[in-house]
Design a protein around this ligand. Structure first.
Ligand code: ZN
Length: 294
């Protein structure tokens, strides 16, 4: 109670007022409630439970890493020995997959990624004001790609960092978002030696299921800075009669089991067009990109 009185004194600026407060119990009660709400709002952390859960899971995985492989399997006839090598480090991401959130606010996405029932996550979320939320250690596997394929790689989550950009899919990306994205890509590329061609979008790796980051995403600007493949002037490119569009898409990395969707994904990425018909001009671009992907 003495602490409360002291705080009330601070609030009211004078010790002389306190005695009169006791005369008016309703006023005193109101002040106590206001004080409680002020303290509560200062300490309120909406993601406290999620952060606790993160630490708990990270501890379990650390325990798993410390186990010796002899516990993993047994052999029938031959003895199994465990000798720890001295030469190793952690596996690292080799791809960056870019998404839009398809949601209406950053807050909504942060909440989605901290609810166990949603079963989705990403390493980073970039809000419209350019603020970046790091949600998972880059060495751990986020659940952002889903069923996906790029070349022969089918477990994209294990090989990649996922970046979600707050965007509902029908709007341009903001300048602060792009600025933060470039800083993040720069850091990731340098830290993990990620090849330029391995900066791709969700629709590239899951063309029949996903459309993000969509036609408004500035892939050319990214490619100009070394994130992703792009093409040069196609004026003098001659497409041979024998040109096989599906094979070219496969060379780039697209899953062509659904070739129409693969064409749409290619055009969304390289031509900012969501149609699924390849014109002669489109084929020139496809040929160029395929050659740069070899
Ligand atoms: Zn996505």
């Amino acid at each position: 109670m003495s602490l409360l009185l002291f705080l009330l004194n601070l609030l009211l600026g004078s010790y002389k007022i306190i005695p009169s407060l006791f005369m008016d119990k309703r006023l005193l009660g109101s002040l106590v409630i206001i004080l409680f709400l002020a303290i509560y709002s200062c300490s309120y952390q909406p993601y406290r439970q999620a952060n606790k859960s993160y630490k708990r899971q990270a501890k379990l995985y650390a325990k798993e890493v410390r186990r010796t492989p002899s516990l993993f399997f047994t052999t029938q006839n031959n003895p199994l020995y465990w000798i720890g090598t001295t030469n190793f480090n952690m596996r690292k991401p080799n791809f960056v997959i870019i998404h839009y959130t398809a949601q209406n606010s950053c807050e909504q996405t942060l909440r989605t990624f901290t609810l166990p029932r949603t079963q989705v996550s990403a390493h980073y979320v970039i809000c419209k004001d350019g603020s970046v939320h790091h949600m998972l250690n880059d060495y751990l596997r986020a659940w952002h790609a889903g069923i996906a394929k790029w070349g022969n790689l089918t477990d994209i989550n294990s090989a990649s960092v996922g970046i979600e950009i707050d965007n509902n899919g029908f709007e341009v990306f903001t300048e602060p978002q792009m600025k933060s994205l470039f800083q993040l890509l720069d850091t990731l590329k340098l830290k993990y030696s990620i090849p330029a061609n391995n900066f791709i979008g969700h629709s590239d790796i899951a063309p029949s299921r996903k459309a993000d980051p969509g036609k408004y995403f500035p892939w050319k600007t990214l490619a100009d800075s070394g994130y992703g493949v792009w093409y040069g002037d196609t004026t003098n490119v001659v497409v041979p009669d024998s040109f096989n569009s599906v094979r070219a898409l496969r060379i780039i990395g697209y899953d062509v089991r659904d070739s129409i969707s693969a064409i749409r994904a290619f055009k969304t990425h390289f031509l900012q067009d969501t149609s699924c018909i390849l014109t002669e001009a489109d084929k020139k671009v496809l040929l160029e990109v395929a050659e740069r992907s070899l």
